[in-house]
Design a protein around this ligand. Structure first.
Ligand code: NAX
Length: 327
């Protein structure tokens, strides 16, 4: 039997957790023949821990062959112990009337602590993926606390935006979505992020030629993808959960697959104009399992440059707002 991969998941009793854990345990993330141990972390609140017990009962009841164990805890030192992957989903949601600056600070405190503990107790090959919002800034804070683990071990998820963009392009062109390739997300996981349609292809041809509607691409397309999260809340009364969990499965699975090409929030995307210290979505190619390199050389036209400048500015501003929490 292969050695099980230890996967720590924070916010495990939350909405995304409820979709995510079953996908991991079924083999969707690491492959059907890879055993996993789930280390489920929640807040020290009775209601949350009780809910977590219920989720664990359901995981038992699925009789997943590759689920070799579960740890349920409210102690980060236990939850992240020897974890090969830490999936940081749990975060404080933005309450009514709450400013973005307050959200950044409140979540910053969570990710400060988690970054420190992961660095101290996780496995030598530890990898961290952050979903909890504001994801790009939270991952920067967590990584800044690490002394042992280098920044490349930390990524932010922008894959939900990539998947949304791919689906919208396919719909507009009336094609099967598997024919849509090279649609990448640049920048922040927020409405400013830029799904760069300029380099996307449909059946090997430029998407701009196939769709042949620049006004739609620069207008409704960007707006639909950028505001998709809000549209889902308006329709469902709850934020996206199954699609977010699915995106995280894609994010980790593709990082574990050498050669995979996808969008990931990483540090150091200076060639696309980002500050060297922020985590920005960019196209990457996975190298060895868990690692990736930025794909360079995509030429940006004036429109793309202006969009990237806007999302880059937002990331730099967020960094300034949490400057006292870094390092
Ligand atoms: P829920 O509120 O349903 O669940 C969050 C869970 O996290 C709760 O059970 C809570 O008790 C737990 N939690 C909070 N602080 C914790 C801590 N310090 N340690 C462990 N657990 C903790 O939210 P859900 O819908 O699951 O969303 C989770 C996060 O994902 C939110 O921050 C949300 O904004 C973010 N999202 C990010 C997306 C992305 O693409 N990057 C898309 C989906 C989602 O909106």
């Amino acid at each position: 039997m292969k050695t099980p991969i230890r996967v720590a998941v924070t916010g495990a009793a939350g909405q995304i957790g409820y979709s995510l854990l079953f996908r991991i345990a079924s083999g969707a993330m690491f492959g059907p023949d890879q055993p996993v141990i789930l280390q489920l972390l929640e807040v020290p609140v009775e209601k949350a821990m009780k809910a977590l017990e219920g989720v664990a009962m359901e995981l038992d009841d699925c009789a997943f062959p590759q689920l070799k164990g579960m740890v349920l805890t409210d102690d980060p030192r236990v939850g992240f112990k020897d974890a090969n992957w830490s999936l940081l989903v749990g975060a404080k949601p933005r309450g009514p009337g709450m400013e973005r600056a307050d959200l950044l600070k409140d979540n910053g405190r969570i990710f400060t602590g988690q970054g420190q503990v992961i660095d101290e107790v996780a496995a030598d090959d530890a990898r961290v993926a952050v979903v909890g919002n504001p994801a790009n800034t939270n991952v920067m804070i967590a990584a800044s606390k690490a002394k042992r683990l280098t920044p490349d071990r930390f990524t932010a998820m922008v894959r939900l935006d990539q998947n949304r963009a791919q689906a919208q392009l396919a719909k507009k062109a009336g094609v099967d979505l598997t024919t849509v390739k090279d649609i990448f997300i640049y920048g922040n996981h927020s409405p400013t992020m830029f799904p760069s349609f300029t380099h996307a292809t449909i059946d090997g041809k430029p998407a701009t030629e196939v769709i042949n509607d620049q006004a739609w691409l620069e207008g409704p397309f960007l707006e639909t993808v950028g505001k998709r999260g809000a549209a889902i809340i308006a329709a469902r009364g709850l934020s996206s959960a199954a699609s977010a969990a699915n995106a995280l499965v894609d994010h980790v699975r593709d990082l574990m697959t050498p050669g995979a090409i996808h969008s990931v929030g990483v540090k150091g995307a200076t060639e696309y104009g980002f500050d060297p210290e922020v985590w920005a979505g960019v196209p990457v190619r996975s190298t060895t399992p868990g690692s990736c390199e930025i794909i360079s050389g995509y030429e940006m036209d004036a429109f793309s440059k202006s969009k990237i400048a806007a999302t880059s500015k937002e990331l730099t501003n967020e960094r300034a707002m949490v400057a006292d929490m870094l390092g």
